[in-house]
Design a protein around this ligand. Structure first.
Ligand SMILES: Cc1ncc(COP(=O)(O)O)c(C=O)c1O
Length: 364
């Protein structure tokens, strides 16, 4: 079953197109509440605001869990009750091994939700991300030059419950703004201009200030925009298999080169099987400072999710706190020629050296 455009290349199971990932998640949760009696969702403490917002908007409760150094759920601290479900995030496309998690869910009667907003799979990968959960959600705009879109993938027995929105129009104002920015960025990038300083001063589209407004949302889940015809068309024209291959090669090349830089500590030197990495994580003291130093050098590094992180107790969730405060993510979206790879590594080494000198000086 395919609804709303050609999603065939992307998913190995029934897939439905929404305007954005959050609307796909909201619908997936509604389906789980209706078909499986889900009333609450366990969420990792390290996440961006749209995830808990979609849960709250679906009238479900939230419980929090911690993650470990490999980004996996700390299952030992999860105390499920009847009506619970578990949401796992494949952060930045690093595929979480799910066999243990699936067994835990089955043993406790939990529905499993795979948040694949940063991840990518394709039909050729029958056991890829998004194939284990009862529900999985993708956000293809983070992967390729498409202005929006969210994909809901569900287990066969849930497919009849999904309310598919009608595809129509060219997209809402956010999608048009994103399209315009994407084009401008591409032109600037091709001309060798670093637009990140300017971009960092612009309001970010779709972002909620999670610290100021925890668990409330400006998104109208009651009246989601229609998935745009333009996005549906674009999704059918991306060569996903080639993109997946390229990202894996880029991660390996960058990780290999950075492993030889003494001031850099790779957080995950080798991505788990099935990963399509969107970024490569480093451990560092003062992550925010390093990310900003990299952005000044034209590398769009992030301390995810920056202002979109809902507040949480760092002592209770030390794993999540470490990822939030001590990791920097290096982007992998652009293909790296050997020359560009060398320039990239030099820039990271330079920024990391500066960071080392700064933290060393502060410690002295
Ligand atoms: C982990 C995660 N899940 C879900 C979403 C929602 O995706 P979208 O922005 O397409 O609504 C995002 C992005 O905001 C995300 O980072």
């Amino acid at each position: 079953m395919r609804r709303g455009g050609d999603l065939q290349g992307l998913a190995a199971r029934p897939a439905t197109l929404f305007a954005r990932g959050r609307f796909a998640l909201h619908e997936g949760l509604r389906v789980l509440a209706r078909a499986r009696g889900v009333r609450r969702v366990w969420l990792p403490a390290w996440l961006c605001a749209p995830v808990p917002e979609a849960v709250v908007a679906a009238d479900l409760g939230v419980a929090w869990y911690d993650i470990d150094e490999q980004l996996a759920p700390r299952l030992d601290a999860i105390r499920p009750v009847r009506g619970d479900s578990l949401l796992v995030i494949h952060y930045f496309g690093l595929a979480q091994p799910l066999s243990l998690v699936r067994r835990f869910c089955d043993a406790h009667g939990l529905a499993l939700i795979e948040d694949c907003a940063h991840a990518l799979s394709c039909r050729a990968e029958a056991a890829g991300v998004g194939t284990v959960g009862d529900v999985a959600v993708f956000s293809p705009r983070k992967q390729a030059a498409v202005a929006g879109g969210g994909i809901l993938v569900v287990a066969e027995d849930l497919a009849g419950h999904v309310r598919a929105p009608a595809v129509g129009g060219l997209g809402d104002a956010r999608e048009m703004a994103r399209l315009g920015l994407m084009l401008l960025e591409r032109v600037a990038f091709a001309a060798g201009v670093n637009v990140l300083a300017l971009k960092d001063r612009l309001p970010v589209i779709d972002v909620t200030d999670a610290a100021a407004r925890p668990m409330t949302t400006a998104t109208d889940y009651g009246h989601p925009p229609a998935p745009s015809r333009l996005v549906a068309h674009a999704l059918g024209h991306v060569d996903w298999e080639a993109l997946i291959r390229r990202r894996r090669q880029t991660y390996a090349a960058l990780a290999g080169a950075l492993a030889r830089v003494p001031t850099v500590t790779l957080a995950i030197p080798q991505p788990p099987p099935g990963s399509t990495p969107l970024a490569l994580p480093l451990w560092t003291a003062g992550a925010d400072r390093l990310a900003r130093a990299l952005r000044r050098r034209g590398i769009e590094a992030t301390c995810w999710p920056w202002g979109e992180q809902p507040p949480f107790d760092h002592a209770r969730f030390p794993g999540a706190a470490r990822w939030l405060t001590a990791s920097v993510w290096l982007p992998l979206t652009a293909p790296l020629s050997p020359r560009r790879l060398a320039r990239y590594v030099d820039a990271v080494a330079d920024a990391a050296r500066e960071q080392h000198a700064h933290t060393g000086a502060r410690a002295a």
